[in-house]
Design a protein around this ligand. Structure first.
Ligand SMILES: [Fe+2]
Ligand SMILES: [Fe+2]
Length: 187
């Protein structure tokens, strides 16, 4: 049984930092679709029916949300420490797209933490307590998925296009090296 979302990083040889981050968005979007289907499945079944299947799906959900959360924290760190400082030299940091992305990172970090706590509790409960927590987990999960999709779309459509047009080849190369160092140190 596959309990991994496979949101792995792009190949280390890829020299374009924007492509690396965009590819990671694509893999994250695939992971979110998988999680969303599992949320819908769990939400559609009363806990008394297909109990065994529910338990399997719940434990998958827990693993996936934990993995997603870990991966997103790393992804945000990579953007914040490798890409944004270089881009800020061109467009500033506080007022503008970088400031907006940083605020969204904060909100999504907190949403992911909340969601992760919820799914971990869910797996320990049964009966009506479990059903109540499932409703919370579904609601928080759907909101977090929507936030993440919107955030990544803004980066793909706006921020990364500015990066692509602004950064020199040398700067891009430096950003890629920094992305790789951060990833290596964290994983
Ligand atoms: Fe981001
Ligand atoms: Fe991103």
């Amino acid at each position: 049984m596959n309990h991994h979302l496979k949101i792995d990083h792009a190949d280390a040889i890829n020299p374009d930092p924007i492509e690396i981050l965009k590819q990671e968005h694509q893999r994250t979007l695939q992971g979110l679709a998988t999680i969303e289907r599992t949320l819908q499945y769990l939400d559609s079944l009363p806990s008394s029916t297909a109990l065994k299947r529910c338990l399997v799906e719940q434990s998958r959900l827990r693993d996936w949300v934990n993995e997603l959360s870990q991966r997103m924290l790393l992804h945000f760190l990579m953007e914040e420490e490798a890409l944004f400082p270089v881009l800020a030299e061109y467009i500033g940091k506080e007022d503008g797209p970088i400031g907006v992305m940083l605020e969204e990172h904060l909100k999504i970090r907190s949403a992911l933490l909340n969601w992760k706590r919820g799914v971990n509790v869910l797996c320990k409960l049964t009966g009506s307590a479990r059903d109540r927590v499932l409703r919370e987990v579904t609601s928080v999960g759907n909101q977090t998925i929507a936030q993440l999709r919107l955030h990544m779309s803004k980066e793909d459509q706006i921020l990364f296009k500015i990066c692509d047009a602004s950064l020199s080849d040398e700067e891009k190369k430096q950003v890629t090296q920094k992305l790789q160092v951060i990833e290596k140190n964290v994983l």
